[in-house]
Design a protein around this ligand. Sequence first.
Ligand code: SF4
Length: 297
Amino acid sequence: MQCPLLYRFRVIDKLPEEPSVAATRGTLVHAVLERLFDSPAAERSAPRAKGMVAAEWRRLLAQRPELAKLFSPEERADEATEGGDAPAGEELALDEEKLSRWLGEAESLVERWFTLEDPTRLEPAERELFVQATLDSGLRLRGVIDRVDIAPSGEVRIVDYKTGKAPKPEFASEALFQMKFYALMLWRLKGSVPRRLQLVYLGSGDVVSYDPEESDLLGAERKLLALWDAISRATESGDWRPRPSRLCGWCDHQAHCPEYGGTPPPYPLTVQPRLPEPRTEAATTQNSPASPPAEGS
Ligand code: SF4
């Protein structure tokens, strides 16, 4: 939906992307908010959650050692860039000041969550729920939902944490579409439309809620089918257009993007030749440059 060419680079070419400080902070904050619910309700306090940030970072770093690059001093980062990775057997030194500032930002986001929701009064039915559903058309959808709450009445609430700020109203529909995507999957799997979709913006301290109707989710399904149709056609033709936007500033692939003077790598799939459009009799008579004008026209 954002940029077809970026989709190609990520999904078809599978070009590598560097980890970003912002995305990694999001992963860290999500991990803390998920694990906090392992503790008994009465112990889910802000100081406890903030205290979990450093430990979760160490756990994340152990799983993905390449994240150390984000906090390596400049000269070491240059070395790593030129030579690939750190010399064998040597771990990258961390810029402790930069790291501690970043951890402090993550702690602030975690702390803000307590002004928006009260985890001592919540018992999520699911956290980081992997969901897969197949639409009637055969299109398979997959996603991971941050949190699912189920009320005693059986009503379902889908919750998604965002570490950024709430978007301006003109951009709000994108985030809401993601929530409708989740709701559509749960509807297909469980047979009932989730009661509420809730976006929790930790960056700005906003909570955006939306109660979907069946018609909303059917609209989201139509949009997904149209999107998949466009993806299928572009996959066959190899015609992936760049769609520049403010997101280009965060794109790792400017060097391959014609919008920035780059050239995409050779297309790795076989391009299907496009058959000429069949012509109707009338179109042949009126539009073909090879045909003489009809008598009396
Ligand atoms: S730089 Fe912008 S237009 Fe080019 S691929 Fe990335 S997001 Fe798309």
